[in-house]
Design a protein around this ligand. Structure first.
Ligand SMILES: [Zn+2]
Length: 412
């Protein structure tokens, strides 16, 4: 029993049942959850007891659209990446990973980096225990067309010609090139594939509403990834790009800002997940106006923010699967939980919002065998907050206790 830890939970959010249980004890043995039982008030002599009887205990949170690599978004396009080395990107990632974990996010799907495979290196360093951070599922690089939302744009042609390969690792301009890019990215250690199916708000020159890959090219990515048992996440703002990505078999639609009713019913029928970053539009507008972000970025942000929220609310009503994802890195990583209140404002119950960041997120990632709930056999990724997140979901912005894999990294 020496390596058993007992967590006394005053309130325990059961995301599988969709309810809250009072006065429970979670038994943690090694890295995993062993059992959950009513708190009887007596505990084995040799077990370590953590008293969270005045707190609400939840599974560790999961952000399905995080960017742990790199400096905070500055709103002037991505040419500045040429002024930073891969080493600098990695070290900012160390800081971002720590901030993310300390905010209660014990897993992330890291959805892309311009410097190829820096995310993979960070994931491995975290898994080795060298660096403090969440469990990471990594995209490795972006699969994007030349000049597209995942390319380094905004450079004059003579400079453009000398951009290092690792800043353009996944650039592809035909179905065959997409297959090649997918293979190279997976051989480099990525866990899934991120395709850029439309233009992007933050990438200079690109148009969020415009498709950037044909359905055939997107299908090539899905088929090739499937050979490796990996899924495809599709960045898609415009309705046509969303429709192509869903028909091609993408597992998730990222952003989904300009969706129409047909795109929503396609997502619903296919069982695709929507991962919509419904908070950060306000951050971009506020920071952008205060700090002089480019007019193009601010315009595109205006064109997508409220439209996305409208579509999100429709998806909630339609029963589309929605996984929590914030686009961290656009805003400081420690603030990810601010999005919960927006998800509730735009139609979810607090429980649905919590589920989107736990069990639903784990389902999307194919990680239900390891995380997403407080359940025997899963990793002991456990957080606690004062107050009741089902009354006020915003209390999740102040996580006081974080355990990852049975190890306490914050509080108690
Ligand atoms: Zn993103």
């Amino acid at each position: 029993m020496a390596d058993t830890t007992l967590i006394r939970a005053g309130r325990l959010v059961d995301v599988l049942a969709g309810d809250v249980k009072r006065a429970q004890v979670i038994s943690v043995r090694g890295q995993r959850i062993e059992s959950i039982e009513p708190d009887g008030g007596t505990y084995g002599e040799r077990a370590r007891v953590i008293d969270l009887s005045q707190f609400t205990v939840l599974p560790g949170l999961i952000d399905c659209h995080a960017h742990l690599i790199g400096e905070l978004e500055t709103g002037h396009g991505y040419a500045a990446l040429l002024q930073r080395s891969g080493a600098q990107e990695a070290l900012s990632g160390v800081r971002n990973a720590r901030d993310t974990l300390m905010a209660g996010f014990t897993s992330v799907r890291d959805i892309g980096t311009f410097r190829a495979f820096v995310d993979v290196a960070l994931r491995d360093a975290i898994d080795r225990g060298d660096v403090l951070g969440p469990r990471m599922m990594c995209a490795g690089a972006y699969v994007t067309c030349s000049g597209g939302g995942g390319d380094l744009t905004g450079l004059p042609p003579d400079v453009d010609a000398i951009v290092p390969r690792d800043l353009r690792f996944g650039v592809a301009n035909s179905a065959d090139e997409v297959r090649n890019a997918v293979r190279r990215i997976l051989h480099g250690g990525a866990d899934f594939i991120k395709v850029i199916a439309t233009g992007a708000v933050l990438t200079e020159g690109t148009v969020p509403g415009a498709p950037e890959f044909s359905e055939e090219e997107l299908r090539a990515a899905v088929e090739e990834a499937a050979l490796y048992k990996k899924h495809v996440a599709a960045h898609a703002h415009g309705a046509e790009g969303i429709r192509r990505a869903v028909r091609a078999g993408a597992r998730s639609i990222e952003h989904g800002s300009l969706m129409d009713d047909e795109a929503i019913s396609l997502m619903e029928d296919a069982g695709a997940y929507l991962v919509a970053d419904v908070w950060n539009g306000d951050w971009i507008a506020q920071q952008g106006h205060a700090n002089g972000w480019s007019a193009e970025v601010l315009r595109k942000n205006d064109e997508t923010t409220e439209a996305q929220r409208h579509g999100f609310a429709k998806c909630v009503d339609a029963g589309v699967k929605i996984a929590f994802g914030t686009d961290s890195g656009v805003y400081p990583h420690a603030m990810a939980a601010k999005q919960f209140a927006y998800m509730v404002k735009f139609g979810m119950t607090p429980m649905q919002a919590v589920q989107s960041a736990t069990v639903v997120a784990a389902d999307l990632m194919g990680w239900r065998d390891r995380v997403g709930a407080i359940e025997p056999g899963l990793f002991a990724d456990v957080i606690a907050v004062a107050g009741d997140p089902l009354e006020d979901v915003d209390v999740l912005t102040d996580v006081g206790f974080v355990m990852k894999g049975g190890e306490i990294v914050k509080g108690a």
